[in-house]
Design a protein around this ligand. Structure first.
Ligand code: SF4
Length: 272
């Protein structure tokens, strides 16, 4: 996955655990690693809150045109604590129709309450990934997700904690399914059969599938592998099982336009 298409925007930091996939949340792990564990528990606005509309001295936007902007990756964009700030974010997103804003959420059941008045059938420049980690959460979240007005949607099966059947929820409105194991010292193992089974479900419906990362503990052919963080994405890529994923990790069927890049990207730090 080349960085050149991507940027990141983190309007707030900190989150509240909500489901089994949150148990070893990477936000908490990172903050603890840097000795600021309390920072994760309380949601706070970041200094970069207005980044999408910030400009450089030469008048150009700090986030150049055409980027896929990973949004709110050390929190959940639909977190209740952030309700007072979100409308301003929607306005910024609306004004940057030249970028695609992409956020993942474990709170898709809150989306309707969180939408701006002019959302209509969805903003064309917003992609939403509904995260599911086990069958129970898939069966709760995906029926809700399917009914919501969203222009671009993906399913994020991460951290994958068991074999899941999402086939009832796969249709042509899903632009991608991405699967990953869990990272971190205490990671729960991810089994390769679970990944292959998800891939099979996607291939049957011709939906793009990406094996994004192995996680830290990966079971294959009855053997448990411990995989250092820096190899988790590359090892997944080596499996060579992505389906209908094109250049820069973008699904072949992506319904959003990517325009040409003029500048080097912001540093992207993106982890599940
Ligand atoms: S950031 Fe995501 S994984 Fe972490 S607590 Fe929030 S919803 Fe859970």
């Amino acid at each position: 996955m080349s960085d050149s298409v991507y940027a990141s925007w983190n309007p707030w930091h900190g989150c509240t655990r909500i489901s089994p996939g949150c148990k070893y949340c990477y936000v908490y792990r990172q903050d603890e690693k840097f000795g600021i564990g309390d920072a994760s528990r309380q949601c706070r606005k970041n200094a970069s809150f207005h980044l999408p509309i910030e400009k450089k001295r030469n008048g150009s936007y700090k986030i150049p045109s055409g980027k896929i902007v990973f949004t709110c990756f050390t929190s959940d964009f639909l977190l209740e604590d952030a309700d007072p700030w979100r409308l301003e974010c929607w306005k910024m997103i609306r004004s940057r129709s030249d970028c695609l804003f992409y956020f993942f959420t474990k709170r898709i059941d809150r989306l309707e309450k969180c939408l701006p008045p002019d959302w209509g059938d969805g903003y064309e420049n917003v992609m939403i990934g509904c995260t599911v980690e086990n069958q129970d959460r898939a069966d709760f979240r995906l029926p809700i997700f399917r009914e919501l007005p969203i222009c671009h949607r993906s399913i994020i099966a991460a951290p994958l904690l068991e074999q899941i059947d999402i086939s009832p929820y796969l249709d042509s409105s899903i632009e991608e399914v991405s699967a990953s194991g869990e990272s971190g010292l205490e990671a729960r193992p991810c089994h390769y059969e679970w990944i292959l089974d998800l891939r099979r479900q996607c291939v049957e419906k011709e939906i793009p599938f990406c094996f994004h990362q192995t996680g830290a503990r990966f079971m294959k052919d009855g053997k448990l592998y411990r995989i250092p963080r820096r190899f988790q994405i590359s090892q997944a890529a080596k499996a060579g099982i992505d389906y209908r994923i094109g250049k820069n990790g973008i699904p072949e069927t992506a319904g959003f336009p990517i325009v040409s890049m003029e500048e080097e990207p912001e540093q992207v730090q993106f982890s599940l």
